[in-house]
Design a protein around this ligand. Structure first.
Ligand SMILES: Nc1ncnc2c1ncn2[C@@H]1O[C@H](COP(=O)(O)OP(=O)(O)OP(=O)(O)O)[C@@H](O)[C@H]1O
Length: 323
């Protein structure tokens, strides 16, 4: 809630890098929230904050009604890592080429959970089977280079699952995979979520994958949430001009939604996070910017109980409609 992260720019006279500003969202059990936005919008930083890999500058994270301490002692970190697992873009970098599949799985388990020795082997096989690497005996003694890209990402998913987390943060988990393999990994995540009472945060540039897998979409711009809502609502009724620009940049937007909304081309560059524009950070790129947008930061406007947008335009359009 109200998460902020400012990195030190390391340059004298230059302000901090405001990577994440005032980000709040709820991740319900067995649901997937996709975080979308251009490169540098703060998606991975949000994931790293939730994972406890970075301390927030301010704000809190709550898990199952309990506040996660900002600075964690060793045992708290261990518990948090067990509860919140992270899967990265490049499965190869998460795996040690010298060790077998069995070693990777057993190490995850030993590091984070107290499991009787006799159970460890069975849990490793079970985890492999649950991610579709069957029969497990064919894979346990392989090394990462003997697996395909899709199989490596499945192994990384098994490593996360084996500790029975509550949340998996998947940071661009399919972006390095062939298109033909992506759908298999997305389907796997869907199945795992349903079978294991898991929640996913899915970070992606790819709105088609976001639509396919997520229940909610959170759109970030320059570290802020500019639109959040149920996936179908955000894709079918994108309201913030930036969300509409992102959708217009999809090669085949008809695949994602109808053509009801006017298409706005994605122009310009994201701002420098050390010198953010005044008012709405998006105003220099917004074709609809009004004087107010240059001066006042928009607050969240609830379009429905599940769909919110931070844009002055919405407020002024509603006011005009009510005249
Ligand atoms: N450790 C760090 N120190 C300084 N700046 C950082 C650090 N980590 C991230 N940043 C900056 O924070 C901003 C947000 O980065 P982040 O990786 O969260 O964006 P992103 O939306 O995930 O981008 P991408 O899609 O390219 O991964 C960027 O300007 C980045 O350079």
């Amino acid at each position: 809630m109200n998460l902020h992260k400012v990195f030190n720019s390391g340059v004298r006279g230059v302000g901090g890098i405001r990577a994440v500003s005032d980000v709040t969202f709820t991740l319900q059990r067995r649901s997937v929230v996709a975080i979308v936005g251009e490169s540098g919008s703060g998606k991975s930083t949000v994931a790293r904050l939730i994972a406890g890999l970075l301390p927030p500058t301010s704000g809190q994270i709550w898990l199952d009604g309990q506040r996660v301490p900002q600075r964690m002692a060793f045992h708290q970190k261990r518990q948090h890592r067990k509860n919140v697992q992270m899967i990265f873009q490049d499965p190869f970098s998460a795996l040690n080429p010298y060790y077998t599949v069995r070693y990777h799985l057993e190490r995850s388990l030993r590091n984070l959970v107290q499991v009787p020795k006799a159970e460890i082997k069975a849990r490793a096989s079970e985890a492999l089977e649950s991610v579709g690497l069957t029969p497990a005996s064919d894979y346990l003694d392989k090394r990462p280079h003997e697996l395909s890209g899709g199989q490596r990402q499945r192994l990384v998913a098994a490593q996360a699952l084996i500790v029975e987390p509550k949340v998996i943060l998947a940071d661009e988990p399919t972006s390095m995979l062939d298109v033909s393999i992506r759908i298999g990994i997305l389907n796997l995540m869907k199945r795992l979520k349903d079978e294991n009472e898991l929640s996913f945060v899915f970070i992606t540039h790819d709105l088609a994958s976001a639509r396919y897998i997520s229940d909610y979409i959170l759109v970030m711009y320059a570290g802020r949430v500019i639109e959040y809502g149920k996936t179908d609502d955000v894709i079918d009724e994108p309201t913030h001009p930036y969300t509409r620009m992102l959708l217009a940049a999809v090669p085949d937007p008809k695949r994602l939604r109808g053509e009801r909304n006017e298409r706005i081309p994605l122009v310009g560059e994201p701002p420098n996070l050390s010198q953010l524009p005044s008012g709405c950070h998006f105003h220099p790129r917004c074709p609809y910017a009004m004087p107010e947008c240059r001066e006042v930061m928009p607050v969240d406007h609830m379009l429905t109980p599940d769909h919110k947008v931070a844009c002055h335009l919405v407020k002024s359009q509603e006011a005009a409609a009510n005249v």
